[in-house]
Design a protein around this ligand. Structure first.
Ligand SMILES: [Zn+2]
Length: 407
């Protein structure tokens, strides 16, 4: 897979990077900006791959919901077909009952015919024994032709009556047999319908199984992609941390080499052209004393929305982002736990990882985040502790910035 190949390539690059990091433990080798840029490029490439995977995951989720929809539809069709099968089975059972009933009727008619026939035979035998109805005796025993006709007529009448009963019974049997055949036809028809429905249901069952298999396959795919995405996340984070670490190292090297062009060596310059301070660290002196407010920085007003903000000291940008309180803000690391922070910018001009010289424009003033009007919120941290950037001239000297006006 394309993704897997990419990950392999990335891991190989990473292994190489780790080797390089190991090599850099030797003090001879120095960090270069090119190395940092290369790491950032790698991170960007990972970011692109992540986006691709995220798009794929979205697509898979879409496919899954479609497959589930299809399965739901099939479930409904299967329920429907099952109900039809049950219905047709009831009809078949009804026909079977009716057929059993007609079979009984037929047997009854046949028995009655047999009985009637037996009766007829007995009568003929009895008549013959008594000499009454022997055809010949009828013919030759007659006293006259008229007598013979009368006698014959009598015999025929008896025989006709018997014959009629038998004929009626035969008609009834034919009728019942026809009825039974019709019922059997109907039953066969219903059975054919049932067979068709059973086929249909088995086809639907098969489709349902396919839909379930598809959902399972999508789930597996999702899991696989998610795992890859997580791995990419970790590598990206790791590379970015590495880039940041190297940036700090580079800043330290540059500082050690005296590369920083500091117009104010060891100190800080004003981050804006305005010297109008509207709020100081800890807030304005309050009658209650310490801790009455907890303003963490120095607010410099009369800056509008378009003034340049300068790096107060050379260093590496470690934060350049938006927060709900600081708005657009930048933090520059000057090494050894020394940082400067610039808040409420209308726009940021630098990125995390970038090295800036003192006086470089890092952003434009504004009023983003928790702010009531345009001003620069400025903080200096030394050895991890916020200090007051302002120097009021008193000894021992505390801050660095002089020549300001307090509002
Ligand atoms: Zn502030």
């Amino acid at each position: 897979m394309k993704t897997m190949k990419r990950i392999c390539r990335m891991l190989a690059a990473l292994a190489l990077a780790v080797c390089l990091v190991g090599a850099e433990m030797s003090p001879v080798l120095a960090v270069t900006q090119a190395e940092i840029d290369s790491l950032k490029n790698e991170a960007k490439e990972l970011g692109d791959q992540k986006k691709e995977l995220e798009a794929k995951l979205k697509e898979l989720a879409n496919d899954k919901s479609k497959a589930l929809e299809q399965k739901k539809l099939l479930d409904q069709q299967i329920d429907n077909t099952s109900a039809q099968i049950k219905n047709v089975e009831t009809q078949i059972a009804d026909y079977a009952d009716l057929i059993t009933q007609t079979e009984a009727e037929l047997a009854d008619a046949e028995a009655r015919e047999a009985a009637q026939y037996e009766l007829f035979c007995q009568r003929v035998r009895a008549m013959e024994e008594s000499g009454e109805v022997s055809y010949w005796s009828v013919l030759f025993g007659a006293s006259s032709f008229t007598d013979m006709l009368t006698r014959l007529n009598d015999v025929n009448e008896v025989m006709d009556a018997d014959q009629k009963v038998i004929d009626d019974l035969k008609d009834l049997q034919a009728e019942i047999t026809a009825k039974k055949e019709q019922l059997e036809d109907s039953k066969a028809e219903r059975e054919a319908a049932k067979a068709e429905l059973v086929n249909k249901k088995s086809e639907l069952d098969k489709q349902r199984q396919q839909a379930i298999a598809l959902v399972n396959e999508i789930n597996d795919n999702e899991e696989e992609n998610q795992a890859t995405l997580d791995a990419l996340d970790k590598e990206e984070e790791r590379i970015l941390a590495e880039a940041l670490r190297k940036s700090r190292e580079l800043a330290a090297q540059q500082a050690a080499a005296g590369k920083s062009t500091q117009s104010n060596p060891g100190g800080y310059i004003w981050p804006v052209d305005s010297r109008y301070v509207t709020s100081t660290v800890g807030g304005r002196a309050s009658p209650g004393g310490i801790g009455s407010t907890n303003h963490k920085g120095t607010d410099i007003g009369r800056v509008g929305y378009t003034s340049p903000i300068y790096a107060a000291k050379s260093g590496t940008v470690i934060v350049s982002q938006y927060s709900s309180s600081y708005g657009n803000y930048v933090v520059i690391s000057h090494g050894s736990g020394n940082t400067t922070l610039y808040g409420h910018m209308s726009s940021r001009k630098v990125e995390a990882g970038q090295y800036v010289n003192q006086g470089d424009v890092i952003g434009i003033t504004g009023s983003t985040g928790h702010s009531t009007g345009p001003h620069l919120h400025f903080e200096i941290t030394e050895n991890g502790v916020r200090i007051n950037p302002l120097n009021d001239g008193a000894e021992p000297r505390k801050g660095y910035l002089t020549g300001y006006t307090l509002a």
